[in-house]
Design a protein around this ligand. Structure first.
Ligand code: ADP
Ligand code: MG
Length: 459
């Protein structure tokens, strides 16, 4: 009977990205199956909800076709027995050394965590939902499955926010646990400082190496390290971090890291550390799409009690398309101007302020509109257009989109490159040249480009 379930799950596996397979499919277990009824176990409710929304319908369709009958589905929540055993050491080691800032048992939020960086203030959309759910799952069941969690992505996309949110949530559920937060830079500075102290005074009071190691290796139940790319090319600090990582990982303490690059792309990081970064789960935050940007603006406006019309939110979101930090910047700027002039945020004000903040193209076109139209015209997927695939089927539309972005917006070559999945500016320059040349030489290309361009120029 269980085989039917396994086969049905297998039938959808080829359609699921490997990372999603590990995160969403594998953890779901079929614990009972009898006449017309299935019982599944999910490690937690996020996993259950995601599974229900995204995979269950296709699996059930396959299963019911094989079994020639319908089934009702029921879930139970909780870790599988072996994963529960893995959590235990962390949960059981109740008395903790109390060397750092928050005394054990205190319910003050962990120091160094920004109050407003919580899960409930994080707006979820397609470009960050994977990282968000991974973060929630780690916060829900620290060190049981994904250790470390490695969050990466460009600036201003919510990595720090997620890291802090994990810290807040774990603190909420386990007020006596020690949640330690540091940036890569602080880790390095403190380490070098204690190293020098040790040399100078033969280990006196203050920042001794012993304090340092207590703080990072022994005390934490959870270690959150932001901007680990700072460890690049810092050999002695990396060595220390390697041992810190091992000590915590061995003791089943959760480690969460944020970085602007993937482990494989971090320059000057030893292989042994690089490989540890990939032991758990790697999750990316990407530039939010238009819908998410609108939702973020509306959420921020609500939190800050600023009246923002849909039209204004849409206009800001369409023009500030780089990252969330800039989006927030634009909103505060507007709110400040409005309150200074003692008037609401009118469209007039929005136009005036944004014209100063971002290079609004005369056409009002944005790279996203261009990408979307070009993708639709050539019938390719948007993510392929922005992705690394070099096949002609996507490479040609991509070059056309780059060419049109250069022509119709004020974006620079490096900016365009970054909006096409982080490509180098030289790639953009050669794409633009190539399309220019083709337009001159080949009437078919010329007419395609002209058609898309005239569609884009229509208001
Ligand atoms: P990063 O660490 O990736 O550079 P941050 O976490 O510092 O980015 O985010 C920049 C700002 O944008 C922060 O104020 C953060 O609260 C906000 N932010 C980022 N992503 C979101 C989101 N999905 N929902 C709400 N606010 C967000
Ligand atoms: Mg950050």
């Amino acid at each position: 009977m269980f085989e039917l379930w396994t086969e049905a799950v297998r039938s959808i596996e080829p359609l699921v990205k490997p990372a999603h397979r590990d995160l969403w499919l594998r953890p779901i277990e079929c614990v009972a199956m009898d006449e017309g009824h299935i019982r599944l176990r999910a490690p937690n409710r996020y996993n259950k909800e995601w599974f229900e929304d995204n995979f269950l319908p296709s699996i059930m369709k396959d299963l019911e076709a094989r079994a020639q009958r319908t089934f009702s589905v029921e879930f139970e929540l909780g870790p599988e027995p072996e994963a529960a055993a893995a959590v235990e050491p962390a949960a059981a080691a109740a008395p903790r050394p109390s060397a750092t800032v928050v005394p054990a048992g205190s319910s003050l939020p962990p120091p160094d965590l920004v109050n407003r960086y919580t899960f409930d203030k994080f707006v979820v959309g397609p470009t960050n939902s994977f990282a968000h759910t991974a973060a929630r799952m780690v916060a829900e069941a620290p060190a049981s499955r994904w250790n470390p969690l490695f969050i990466h992505g460009g600036v201003g996309l919510g990595k720090t926010h997620l890291l802090h949110a994990i810290g807040h949530e774990i603190h909420r559920q386990h007020p006596d646990w020690r949640v330690t937060f540091a940036t890569g830079e602080r880790f390095v500075t403190e380490f070098i400082g204690s190293l020098m102290n040790q040399k100078r005074s033969g280990n006196s009071a203050g920042n001794s190496m012993e304090d340092f190691r207590t703080r990072y290796r022994t005390a934490p139940d959870v270690l959150l390290v932001d901007d680990v790319q700072f460890l690049s090319n810092k050999d002695s600090s990396q060595d220390e971090f390697f041992h810190t990582f091992n000590a915590l990982h061995y003791a089943h303490k959760q480690i969460v890291l944020a970085s602007d690059k993937l482990p494989a792309e971090l320059p000057g990081v030893e292989d042994r550390l690089r490989s540890r970064f990939t032991w758990g789960l790697i999750a990316e935050v990407e530039t939010p799409d238009l819908g998410t940007r609108v939702a973020i603006l509306k959420r921020k406006a609500e939190i800050e009690k600023v009246a923002l019309s849909d039209e204004a939110a849409l206009y800001i979101a369409a023009h500030v398309n780089t990252n969330v930090r800039e989006l927030e910047g634009a909103l505060s700027h507007l709110a400040a101007r409005a309150s200074f002039q003692n008037q609401p945020i009118t469209m007039e004000l929005v136009h005036a302020v944004l014209a100063k903040l971002v290079a609004v193209a005369p056409s009002g076109l944005t790279v996203e509109i261009i990408q979307r139209d070009v993708a639709a015209y050539f019938d390719v997927k948007l993510h392929d257009l922005k992705g690394p695939r070099r096949h002609r089927v996507v490479a040609h539309p991509r070059m056309v989109a780059m060419y049109l972005t250069r022509k119709l917006t004020n974006m620079s070559y490096p900016e365009i490159g970054s909006r096409f999945g982080g490509k180098d500016h030289s790639t953009v320059i050669s794409a633009v040249r190539k399309i220019e040349r083709l337009c001159a030489e080949d009437p078919a290309v010329r007419s395609v480009v002209a058609t898309i361009e005239s569609r884009l120029r229509q208001p």
